[in-house]
Design a protein around this ligand. Structure first.
Ligand SMILES: Cc1cc2nc3c(=O)[nH]c(=O)nc-3n(C[C@H](O)[C@H](O)[C@H](O)COP(=O)(O)OP(=O)(O)OC[C@H]3O[C@@H](n4cnc5c(N)ncnc54)[C@H](O)[C@@H]3O)c2cc1C
Length: 536
């Protein structure tokens, strides 16, 4: 053991949420804050948006998890990337910026979580961003640390898909993070001047010299220290040396949806039988730890495009590639500075729904993803399509008392019949847009699932054989007041003092879209509640 220091607050995990928590807590110089991050400070690809493809499988910046073999994915074990560096998954993600719907947060509030309605969380969404483009100031922030922009929409392929969507009744909505989510739009992105806006860059870089903040990288937190039902600190290792740090006020666990439940279980907080079976001393029984796992299970429809010059396949090779490199180097534009899926549509599976329930996202190229993403030699587009609020629930649990052993991830996708039904409808809507008249001039032809697959059963069989996640696991330390809730509405771990969880794992349900913006909002709100409780 090398050191034993005391801080007021210890934050475990410097990802989307944890970086925001540490930023806000250390703004008051009286608060001594320790931020522990298992991964390194940075990676040279993490500032380039297209670096996403280079980091997707990179062990230097990624936990590189795999799921258990999944029954409804034909026994396949799915790849589960997670950021492992300052900024966490915000440093490796696809940079799409999506808040979700007002109804997502209103439903959390209706579950009994006071303070989480859309009206309650809206100020935090506004406070965290500087939206550089249009939008209504009632909904959008202009002074926050995170820079958000609209992508370059000048490529004709985007206008063509928007027009095709309009021909089947999906209207253009320039700001899906504003008054209404409905419709098709260019994807807003955590990109500014061609550079990725991770929480490492936006929340940590500007404050790294604060004397009351210590950011410790390459530091794996192995256990929470408990004195009875009170969390007093953490044990962590750096380069093989064990350290302990004590928290005079609180420990905040922000390790993300996979590592946060893992850390609680390693510390004896979870399902007693399971922990005892692994030789872990039970400190606090909490049956919900690791349960309620939700994610998006998304089939990728694939389309060839006969007309030349429209897709990144045409421009990402030979002289085209050189032109793209120059365009990025000189102007921060083109495919290297682009959000991973530049177009998205939020649509309804049937008339009469209060809000959209399906998400479609377009990538203006074909790519092979096995084992690593590689631009395809054929020219075309990829369009993924899935329900936004799946009801299937899985779990994440430790299988060993060793903190370096990855937990078992069982998504249990399509266990709720409604998810299968909605996925089929989403694929059919993708088809209707891609075969609308506006796209005919690009000579579009369906490659996958393939026009010969028509019945619901045929489509769902193809989904099971090919769908992947869109990397949005949430819910494994869910907020609530029922017996499966892990944290309460103040994000305090139920029955343990001095311990909160603040990251995507606290979401009771999946938000309608991508999860980076909601995770940062959770970090912002957690910090506000911690400061409020400290001054009460
Ligand atoms: C490849 C990929 C693409 C994605 N694309 C998008 C997108 O385009 N748009 C979008 O909105 N969302 C996207 N997401 C999802 C989004 O980025 C995440 O939901 C969000 O970042 C989660 O935030 P978090 O704070 O919960 O966890 P993370 O950001 O993952 O942070 C957790 C941090 O804790 C650290 N940590 C974990 N355990 C320990 C420990 N024991 N000790 C110390 N440190 C620890 C991790 O290394 C990590 O840095 C994507 C995710 C991935 C992986």
């Amino acid at each position: 053991m090398s050191s034993k220091e005391t801080f007021d607050y210890i934050v475990v995990g410097a990802g989307s949420a944890g970086a925001a928590v540490a930023h806000r807590l250390s703004a008051d110089e009286k608060n001594r804050v320790l931020l522990l991050e298992a991964g390194p400070a940075s990676h040279h690809w993490s500032r380039v948006p297209l670096g996403y493809a280079k980091l997707l499988h990179n062990p230097k910046a990624n936990w590189r998890y795999h799921s258990e073999p999944l029954a409804n994915a034909n026994g396949r074990s799915l790849y589960v990337p997670r950021g492992r560096m300052l900024g966490g998954s915000s440093s490796i993600n696809g940079t799409a910026f999506v808040r979700g719907q007002a109804q997502d947060y209103d439903s959390w509030a209706q579950l009994g979580n006071r303070g989480w309605s859309y009206q309650d969380v809206l100020p935090h969404f506004k406070q965290m961003e500087t939206y550089e483009d249009g939008g209504d100031d009632e909904f959008r922030g202009r002074e926050g640390p995170l820079r958000v922009t609209d992508p370059d929409s000048s490529d004709p392929i985007f206008a063509t898909v928007i027009k095709a969507a309009g021909q089947v009744g999906v209207r253009h909505n320039p700001d899906y993070n504003g008054a209404s989510q409905d419709g098709i739009a260019m994807s807003q992105a955590t990109i500014s001047k061609g550079r990725r806006m991770s929480t490492a860059h936006c929340y940590l870089e500007p404050i790294r010299k604060r004397p009351n903040l210590r950011i410790q990288t390459d530091a794996l937190t192995e256990a929470l220290l408990l004195d009875g039902k009170h969390c007093t600190g953490v044990r962590y290792t750096v380069g093989g040396t064990v350290h302990e740090a004590h928290a005079a006020r609180e420990v905040v666990v922000s390790g993300g949806s996979i590592n946060s439940p893992q850390l609680l279980e390693l510390s004896g907080i979870g399902q007693p039988e399971r922990l005892r079976g692994l030789g872990i001393t039970v400190n606090h029984a909490l049956p919900g730890v690791g349960e309620n796992l939700r994610d998006h299970f998304a089939p990728r429809t694939r389309w060839s495009i006969g007309a030349k010059g429209y897709t990144f396949n045409d421009r990402g090779r030979g002289f085209g590639l050189i032109a793209q490199v120059l365009k990025y180097a000189l102007f921060g534009k083109g495919m290297f500075g682009m959000v991973a899926a530049p177009l998205r549509a939020f649509v309804r599976s049937r008339e009469g729904l209060e809000a959209p329930d399906l998400l479609l996202g377009w990538v203006p190229m074909l790519y092979e993803s096995n084992p690593e993403p590689k631009i395809s030699s054929q020219s075309g587009m990829t369009c993924y399509a899935h329900p936004m609020r799946p009801e299937s629930k899985g779990s994440i649990h430790v299988t060993s008392s060793d903190p370096r052993t990855q937990p078992a991830i069982d998504f249990n996708f399509l266990s709720a019949q409604v998810d299968a039904e909605l996925t089929v409808i989403a694929v059919r809507i993708a088809r209707s847009i891609m075969t609308a008249p506006a796209l005919a001039e690009l000579q579009v032809a369906e490659l996958a699932p393939g026009a010969r697959l028509e019945t619901d059963d045929e489509i769902i069989d193809w989904v099971k054989a090919s769908a992947e996640t869109t990397y949005h696991p949430v819910g494994t330390c869910k907020m609530g007041s029922d017996e499966m809730a892990v944290v309460d509405e103040r994000l305090c771990v139920r029955g343990v003092e001095g311990l909160r969880v603040a990251d995507a794992s606290i979401m009771p349900t999946l938000t309608s879209g991508n999860t980076n913006a909601p995770s940062i909002m959770i970090g912002e709100k957690a910090a506000a509640m911690i400061l409020e409780d400290a001054s009460a």
